[in-house]
Design a protein around this ligand. Structure first.
Ligand code: IMP
Length: 180
């Protein structure tokens, strides 16, 4: 088993880049069908979504716009439970079809907060594409979660944009923490 160390923690290979890309291609096909005749605005949640956004957007062939925003709510391997302010939200959201692009939905607190804030700006629609979802950690019913890459167990993962203590975002594949 291919193992690596990120900061003080050991990780093992979980989802290889090839696998990620195959799945992202399918998500793109689905989005292209669903948004035919529309011009969605993709809003990536920084920092974690930057690689997923880059690969997803390459699969989109309807006219579209891309923006990024950020919200910090997570430190180490357990959620702080606090969601901070949204920074850099685009101001042309009214009447737009929004697709929020996330790296991972864990408890759902962050995405729930983002959706609520976006809806106050009267978009035509809001949907979420998250590369990863941990269904057993979800504490909120996120009905906007339309395009999910992979459902994963409640384990800490790193790589392909996702970090552990700020490190590991550059890894091509996704790794999961080994026990202990
Ligand atoms: P939630 O608010 O509990 O859904 O947490 C969402 C955020 O926590 C994500 O956008 C990530 O930044 C971070 N996060 C949750 N689980 C992981 C993980 O396994 N690895 C890295 N970051 C994670």
């Amino acid at each position: 088993m291919h193992k690596i160390k990120v900061d003080d923690k050991e990780f093992e290979i979980f989802l290889e880049n090839d696998n990620l890309n195959k799945r992202i291609r399918l998500l793109g096909i689905q989005i292209n069908l669903d948004y035919e005749g529309k011009c969605p605005l993709f809003i990536g949640v920084l920092n974690g979504s930057f690689l997923f956004m880059a690969d997803l957007i390459k699969e989109i062939d309807v006219p579209c716009e891309v923006a990024f925003m950020r919200v910090a709510s997570y430190e180490g391997t357990s959620s702080s439970g606090k969601v901070k302010e949204l920074i850099g939200l685009p101001d042309d959201i009214e009447g737009r079809d929004i697709i929020i692009v996330e790296d991972i939905v864990d408890t759902g607190l962050t995405i729930n907060h983002i959706i609520k804030t976006l809806k106050e700006k009267n978009p035509a629609s809001v949907r979420v594409s998250s590369l990863l979802v941990k269904p057993s950690a979800l504490q909120y019913d996120v009905e906007e979660l339309a395009y999910v890459g992979f459902e994963i167990p409640n384990e800490f993962v790193v790589g392909y944009g996702l970090d552990y203590n700020g490190l590991g975002r550059n890894l091509n594949d996704i790794y999961r923490a080994t026990e202990g």
